[in-house]
Design a protein around this ligand. Structure first.
Ligand code: MN
Length: 245
């Protein structure tokens, strides 16, 4: 049995192949699955639990089956699905994790984050994040009709794509100082996050202590997962069917 960590699937009704691949992976992995940690951006957009796209229903049912059959599921919102709320948590049966979360994985204390808070050099993004994570802003947004919300979300997504295209590559990655500050503050030697879509295991020494930062990859060209069991961890890939255009 192993614990699995995933992030940045960016599930989108317009990319049904990824939805299918994720469903198949869940089926395949179930006999080996202990806990499943979803560290944000499971969905490309989420405009409220009351406006869930029916395309996601089979997957949500599948996840609910897993939760019911004693596979603990954990969900941490990302920068695309920060409006996933308690109604969806109840429907699926996952436990919502705040940031940072601290867990113990086969004896090792591990910090979990989506990862966007480490991109401190991208000031424009951090300002946007502060706005949309404000409960008053969220309440105002959720009080609009689903059609209005969808239009606003589409506009925000287009603006974000423009911003990302114009922002230097370096700014899109984590700031090393932000990572070091976090490791010191939380007194952690191991951190797992996603968001940057740059899967890797980084190892370095800070204050004389070996540290590890495991970055999960996205599910664009292939599925990326972190599998962790009593003998250790490894980043693995899952084949996705080629995108037909
Ligand atoms: Mn993200």
């Amino acid at each position: 049995m192993a614990d699995y960590f995933i992030a940045d699937l960016h599930l989108d009704p317009r990319r049904p192949a990824v939805l299918d691949a994720f469903g198949h992976w869940l089926e395949r992995v179930e006999p080996d699955l202990g806990a499943l940690y979803i560290l944000g951006d499971l969905f490309e957009t989420w405009i409220g639990d009351d406006a869930s796209d029916p395309t996601f229903d089979p997957l949500l049912d599948r996840l609910a089956d897993l939760a019911r059959t004693r596979h603990p599921l954990y969900f941490m919102p990302g920068n695309r699905d920060f409006l996933v709320g308690e109604a969806l948590a109840r429907r699926v049966g996952w436990t919502t994790l705040g940031e940072p979360a601290r867990i113990r994985c086969f004896g090792t204390p591990v910090g979990l984050l989506h990862g966007d808070t480490f991109c401190t050099e991208d000031r424009a993004y951090q300002a946007f994040r502060a706005q949309v994570r404000n409960p008053a802003w969220q309440q105002a947004f959720l009080s609009r009709t689903p059609a209005e919300r969808r239009a606003l979300a589409d506009a925000a997504r287009a603006a974000s794509q423009r911003h990302n295209a114009q922002t230097a590559d370096l700014l899109m990655d984590v700031t090393p100082e932000a990572i070091d500050d976090f490791m010191r503050r939380e007194d952690l030697s191991c951190l797992v996050h996603g968001h940057t879509h740059r899967p890797a295991v980084h190892r370095w020494i800070l204050d004389g202590v070996p540290r590890t930062r495991i970055v999960l990859g996205d599910w664009y060209e292939q599925g990326r997962i972190l599998r962790w069991d009593e003998s250790g961890y490894r980043l693995e890939t899952v084949g996705l069917p080629p995108v037909l255009t």
